[in-house]
Write a protein that binds this ligand. Structure first.
Ligand SMILES: C[S@@+](CC[C@H](N)C(=O)[O-])C[C@H]1O[C@@H](n2cnc3c(N)ncnc32)[C@H](O)[C@@H]1O
Length: 156
């Protein structure tokens, strides 16, 4: 499945290359990206989620499943033509996500937000994504209903 923030905006994807799915869970987005021709690194701390993703992929090529604790940073170097981070929020990781983008690379990020929901330590403050990724060129951003999203591109 496409990342939620990319639905209706699939044309923004580069033609191909390398993709990183951060906190991939069961890998639905990673498998979708692989189906679009990307070589995907799918990273999660959960071996259960990774195993479910690999089983769903059923041996299809294109996804490397990587068990890794993101609180220690990203597992490897970019650059990536697409970086997806959907429903995993760690502001300390934001600079690494931006730095992992290749020139012209696309970031697609969705985090829990306190806009339209309660506050708390797990939710982004208003404007958090735009401030964190201000060096990128935004294509779409939204806050509301307890989520914040940003689709933005590194300058070529
Ligand atoms: C809400 S799920 C989102 C999964 C997927 N991105 C999606 O949109 O369906 C959050 C994911 O973050 C992963 N996660 C939580 N803490 C992590 C960490 N420190 N390092 C890597 N992954 C982590 C969980 O295992 C889980 O798969």
């Amino acid at each position: 499945m496409p990342p939620d923030a990319l639905r209706g905006r699939e044309h923004l994807l580069p033609a191909g290359g390398r993709a990183l799915d951060v906190a991939c869970g069961r890998g639905g987005v990673a498998v979708w990206l692989a189906g679009r021709g990307f070589a995907v690194d799918a990273v999660d701390v959960s071996p259960v989620g990774l195993a479910a993703g690999a089983a769903a992929a059923d041996g299809a090529a294109g996804v490397t499943w990587i068990a890794h604790d993101l609180t220690t940073g990203l597992p490897g170097a970019g650059p990536y033509d697409v970086v997806v981070c959907q429903r995993y929020r760690d502001p300390a990781l934001y600079p690494a996500l931006a730095a992992a983008l290749a020139p012209g690379g696309l970031l697609v990020i969705t985090v829990l937000s306190e806009v339209g929901d309660s506050g708390g330590p797990f939710r982004a403050r208003p404007g958090e994504l735009v401030a964190a990724f201000g060096d990128l060129v935004p294509h779409a951003m939204a806050e509301g209903g307890g989520e914040a999203t940003l689709v933005a591109r590194r300058r070529a």
